[in-house]
Design a protein. Structure first.
Length: 286
């Protein structure tokens, strides 16, 4: 990512010291896992770096918990993105496409940072890249949720046939894994979440992180351009990633001891260096 020196040294943007700017290499996908409940104690700091529009959006939430979670999610997003760009979090600007998906409104054409985010229950997940489109989705496995009434809205006829061959004990999680994979793909491909999920087909094996797009994928001639992966989220969640291309490397950032090693998916969460990097994004908030 090439930065413009004149822009970086403009004091109005309160540039972070170079040692604090996070390095994002071409071909890397950085995933940030945030437990919203663990960040509430920084709520005032996060609120201070939000834009007026974001503060107004927060005020429209009827319940305090939902309002607080929104403030933490947006504040954390700003903190993370600011560290890659070397720009103080509160000076970042966003623009939105026709589906409401945000992207950075950067002042110079040679500045590139692509991201996507998702949240469910108490966790928020962010995906950051510099050179390719990306989509992410995380869902809480709510055992009281009855999927049977909406299965026709989520799964295609072919998927439903395969779904019924699964052992009943596996169906609940498989349903949500399909849901997250489809939402991640739709977000990455730019179709928007208003697209019916049963218009997309995904196929996977229970212990294989790779997900295959079926011919029913809105644009099947471009299926080869996308890679879908199941992720190893915290217990009680499922998550999926969609990335443009197949030549990428995933790095996970989170607080120490948030996750256990997920051997079946090949993910080892939070090396000590990654955990330290996660902690560094907080240095802007006193």
């Amino acid at each position: 990512m090439v930065m413009n020196p004149d822009y970086l040294h403009n004091p109005v943007h309160q540039i972070a010291p170079p040692r604090q700017i996070l390095n994002l290499k071409r071909g890397e996908v950085h995933l940030w896992w945030v437990n919203l409940g663990k960040e509430i104690f920084r709520l005032d700091g996060y609120y201070q770096i939000l834009s007026i529009d974001e503060k107004n959006r927060a005020a429209r939430y009827a319940y305090q918990q939902h309002r607080d979670n929104f403030i933490v999610r947006r504040g954390m997003l700003r903190m993370i993105l600011g560290r890659y760009l070397g720009i103080h979090a509160k000076y970042l600007r966003f623009k939105y496409n026709q589906f409401g998906r945000p992207s950075l409104d950067l002042p110079l054409p040679n500045m590139s940072l692509l991201f996507n985010s998702s949240h469910s229950n108490s966790f928020s997940l962010y995906a950051i890249t510099s050179d390719r489109e990306v989509g992410i989705d995380i869902e809480f496995l709510n055992n009281s949720f009855s999927y049977e009434g909406i299965i026709h809205q989520v799964l295609s006829p072919k998927e439903r046939q395969l779904f019924l061959t699964l052992h009943p004990n596996l169906r609940f999680k498989a349903f949500f894994e399909s849901w997250t994979a489809k939402e991640a793909y739709l977000k990455a491909a730019g179709f928007g979440l208003s697209t019916p999920l049963n218009q997309v087909e995904v196929f996977f094996q229970p212990n294989n992180p790779k997900i295959k797009l079926g011919n029913r994928s809105l644009n099947p001639n471009r299926n080869q351009l996308w890679s879908l992966r199941k992720l190893g989220p915290p217990p009680g969640y499922v998550a999926a990633l969609a990335v443009e291309g197949d030549d990428f490397e995933i790095r996970n950032y989170c607080r120490p001891n948030v996750f256990l090693q997920s051997k079946s998916l090949g993910d080892i969460f939070c090396s000590s260096s990654d955990a330290n990097t996660f902690a560094e994004v907080y240095c802007e908030i006193s």
